[in-house]
Design a protein around this ligand. Structure first.
Ligand code: HSE
Length: 422
């Protein structure tokens, strides 16, 4: 049988024809021959479904069967694989994925929310049915970070996974730095230009990053994915002043998702952090994503790329389809679901690191000295302070997040506290 033999083709149904779904169709049409060579057989789109049949999507769908009902696609015995590109973690999409797996099909998805909330159970279900769930496109779009952690770094003991995992937040923070404008103004413009969603909550409140970090932590540490164990803080409270002060101190502010081993625990948090201006994370601006893995014996591994959009996300979806067409199946979180461990998670208060603190004060040398003294009396070592525009900024020595927050609470009613990730 040749690679263009239809009887031997890998038959897929695509649910969801938004930006990513259309991108997948385009790749499978335009690069059909190349993809077939890499997959060892033709990838055949048998059926598609989306909310609106009559919409012109700028791509020829006439040779595919239009399915009205997600369940019909999930139970279609002709299909080897359902490609879920609708999104959302509950309701009909979850049901469709469960049904597709239950009927022995593979699933490819870009749906990090679904995997973060239900991935553990779905992984068990898929293993029972000898099916696969591939979700490379769900984390950092075009960066093949799942493959990197699960396969490329399979020999390693992971110490930390940290990354800029949300392009919208990185774009907003980068624009705030360059333009000096505040969060609300930049977000509004990003929405008008279509860079940010009309409802930006998932992005700017860190939830999207938390979904992605949940999956990376599970893969990196062989842990049961546990979204609820993750503390999440977004970027709404970051001001142009914080970005300026950070700049002056040699740092950039980034929304980071970080999971790292510290003693008995795996610490994890999604929160805005300071990173050195000249580090990889510091240099990753605009809509770019970056993922930094520290592991033994490889030491450090860094990947940078586009985390969203048609091309990058569809690229990862098609890579997963090619893998499954070749019957390359891997345990969904790197090890069989039964072997995933219930680990002891730590949160924001447990991270031992230097911290940035900004206090609003009356302008005086005493205010600056006073804050330094009070912090030190409370056991928070101070590396340096600066005073500008009615603010005192202090940088601490390494201390736990809990200790720094307790000390600051006794000094000021309101202060901004950010971890420094060196
Ligand atoms: N909205 C996300 C981002 C992309 O801005 O990175 C999809 O996760």
């Amino acid at each position: 049988m040749g690679i263009s033999d239809k009887a031997n083709s890998f038959k897929i149904g695509i649910a969801g024809l938004g930006t990513v779904g259309v991108g997948v169709v385009k790749i499978l049409q335009e690069n059909a021959e190349l993809v077939a060579k890499r997959a060892g057989r033709t990838i055949e789109i048998v059926s598609v479904t989306a909310a609106n049949k009559d919409k012109d999507r700028g791509v020829d769908l006439s040779s595919y069967e239009w399915v009205e009902n997600l369940n019909d696609m999930a139970t279609d015995e002709r299909l080897d694989c359902v490609v879920e590109l609708i999104g959302g973690s509950e309701g009909p999409v979850l049901e469709m994925v469960e049904t597709a797996i239950g009927s022995g099909k593979d699933v490819v998805t870009a749906n990090k929310a679904l995997m973060a909330h239900h991935g553990y159970r779905l992984a068990g279900l898929a293993e029972e049915k000898d099916s696969a769930i591939a979700y490379e496109a769900g984390v950092a779009g075009g960066i093949p970070v799942i493959k990197t952690l699960r396969e490329g770094l399979a020999a390693n003991k992971v110490e930390s996974v940290s990354g800029i995992l949300n392009g919208t937040c990185n774009y907003i923070l980068s624009d705030m730095r360059v333009s000096g404008r505040n969060f609300d103004e930049v977000l509004k413009e990003a929405q008008e230009k279509g860079y940010a969603e009309a409802d930006p909550t998932f992005d700017v409140d860190g939830i999207d990053t938390a979904h992605k970090l949940t999956l990376l932590a599970a893969l990196g540490f062989g842990a049961k994915p546990d979204f609820d164990a993750l503390e999440t803080q977004g970027i709404r409270y970051i001001t142009a002043e914080d970005i300026n002060f950070a700049d002056e101190l040699g740092y950039r502010i980034k929304l980071l998702g970080t999971a790292k081993v510290q003693g008995e625990k795996i610490m994890q948090a999604v929160e805005p952090c300071l990173v050195p201006t000249n580090s990889t994370l510091g240099r990753t601006s605009d809509v770019y994503n970056a993922v930094l893995v520290q592991a033994q014996p490889v030491w450090k591994n860094v990947s940078v790329g586009l985390g969203a959009g048609e091309g990058p996300t569809a690229s990862s979806v098609v890579a997963d389809i090619i893998d499954l067409a070749r019957d390359h199946k891997h345990p969904i979180f790197g090890v069989p679901a039964n072997d995933l461990e219930s680990v002891k998670w730590g949160g924001s208060d447990d991270f031992v690191a230097p911290y940035y603190m900004r206090f609003e004060v009356e302008k005086s040398a005493e205010a600056q000295e006073g804050i330094k003294e009070k912090l030190e009396q409370a056991g928070v070592g101070v590396e340096k302070t600066l005073m500008k525009d009615g603010f005192v900024v202090a940088m601490s020595k390494a201390v736990s997040g809990g200790d720094v927050r307790a000390a600051v609470k006794d000094i000021a009613e309101e202060a901004v506290i950010l971890r420094i990730e060196e």
